[in-house]
Write a protein that binds this ligand. Structure first.
Ligand code: DLL
Length: 439
């Protein structure tokens, strides 16, 4: 099977049918147009390009993009709420925001055409996971300002699926709906899908009898261990979906049924670069760094070289000419420095999964008693059988040793009884400290 099948007749040429030369040509034309559009209609770009001594005429090849300045989250904040829009306000038909936990969120706007392209790209992702016209899609991403719910909704409708727009929360009721409506596909954050798996089990249901065939999970980093748990507990095949509000929402990149590891990035609409986060230098394909994305067709809010903070690397194309990205392992701003050692939440995630006996729900608490930050890991046992105080202390001691051995840092571990760590209805929040609010 190819990457994606035929799209609707009104769509552009299917990406798998483009040759590499055709793709590069399309990208260059669209990039020129997008940079010109940004510069002509957004004061921020005019100023920043002038400060950097570049203008749209300097773009002769795709590599010339590296001469242009980055766009950052701070630029969105400085231009809050609508200052980066490149069309008059009355052409904006929808507003969304990024999922900031405090302060001003990033505001994004869409023209009618932007919404159509977004739906098409999410539709490609759902199709790439093996979905077909007529499948029933249960959407448990939050609906509202978060892009997950409405973005997935439009993509599934574009593909001709039957959409159940449930949003997140009320897990027991969601399982009841699933029993009645028998959906083929579940779309949710992986952490909320784990809650649904708990509710599924609490109802005494057998995963083999689940109607679900496919799970499309994203909006936060998740490990291979979580994938295995979701597949086993919900009886489905799980696929990764990546995206961010500033560049559109879900649908920037996705995994493909039967494909090699990695997420195909829709390069005909979004141009990727990977940079060294400390120097800003563009890295060759294959090297890990920060993903920088440039929109090629966005009308209302063109983004030129947006620094995502997401850590990944570019992988060769598999079907058709579009490159893939490796699963996003974490964010540059997720990194904790504990006693001089760099620690990413994803490392704790992987250790918890590998050790067995721990649930995927955990919290990280930062405190400061002396000059350095201390870390307390709050983990949770998986089983309801091993819950005496002595057993919990022994499990904590063991995990502390493993973190020391494999990550090389001394931390405090508190192990809690099964089911007692708070579950989030949308994205999991791991950090308990003021820095968690900075996103
Ligand atoms: O999370 C859009 C989305 C909705 C993606 C539903 C996939 C599914 P934001 O709220 O702007 O948008 O958050 C974007 O979430 O920069 C990453 O750090 C993280 N993220 C998104 N998808 C993944 C993923 C949506 N598959 C931020 N793996 C991004 C790891 C992800 N991190």
């Amino acid at each position: 099977m190819g990457l994606i099948g035929a799209e609707s007749p009104s769509d552009e040429k299917s990406p798998e049918r483009l040759s590499l030369d055709e793709l590069r040509q399309v990208q260059l034309e669209r990039l020129r147009r997008s940079i010109r559009h940004a510069c002509e209609n957004v004061l921020h770009y005019q100023r920043r390009f002038a400060e950097h001594g570049v203008s749209p005429q300097d773009l002769h090849t795709l590599e010339d993009l590296a001469r242009f300045p980055f766009l950052t989250k701070q630029d969105f904040r400085a231009n809050y709420p609508f200052g980066l829009f490149a069309v008059p306000r009355d052409k904006i038909v929808r507003i969304h925001t990024s999922s900031g936990t405090s302060g001003k969120p990033t505001v994004v706007g869409y023209s009618a055409e932007d919404l159509q392209i977004w739906a098409r790209l999410v539709g490609r992702c759902i199709r790439a996971a093996g979905a077909r016209t007529g499948d029933i899609v249960h959407i448990a991403y939050d609906y509202g300002l978060f892009t997950g719910g409405l973005g997935s909704h439009a993509g599934a409708e574009h593909l001709g699926c039957t959409v159940i727009p449930v949003s997140s929360g009320r897990s027991a009721w969601q399982i009841e709906l699933m029993e009645d409506f028998r959906p083929d596909i579940l779309m949710a954050t992986p952490s909320y899908a784990l809650n649904l798996a708990d509710a599924f089990e609490a109802r005494g249901l057998d995963p083999h009898e689940s109607s679900l065939r496919i799970g499309i999970f994203g909006a936060e980093p998740w490990s291979e261990a979580t994938r295995a748990a979701l597949q086993l507990r919900l009886g489905l095949e799980a696929f990764d979906l990546y995206g961010l509000a500033e560049v559109m929402g879900p649908g920037v990149a996705c995994e493909t049924a039967g494909g090699a590891p990695g997420l195909t990035l829709w390069e005909d609409h979004v141009y990727p670069e990977v940079i060294d986060p400390s120097t800003g230098r563009v890295l060759p394909d294959g090297e890990e760094g920060e993903l920088v994305l440039t929109s090629l067709t966005k009308e209302a809010l063109p983004v030129i070289r947006y620094r995502t903070h997401d850590l990944t690397r570019l992988l060769p194309a598999q079907h058709g000419p579009m490159r893939r990205i490796a699963r996003v392992s974490g964010r540059t701003d997720d990194m904790l420095v504990i006693h001089g050692v760099n620690v990413f939440p994803s490392q704790i995630d992987a250790l918890l999964a590998r050790s067995g006996g721990f649930s995927p729900h955990y919290k990280l608490e930062i405190s400061r008693s002396g000059p350095l930050d201390d870390l307390t890991v709050h983990a949770e046992t998986l089983s309801r059988q091993y819950q005496s105080d002595a057993q919990l202390r022994a499990a904590a001691e063991d995990l502390m040793q493993q973190i020391k051995t494999f990550i090389g840092v001394s931390v405090t571990v508190v192990v809690h009884r099964a089911g007692t760590i708070e579950r989030a209805p949308g994205k999991a929040t791991r950090l308990i400290e003021p820095r968690a609010a900075a996103r």
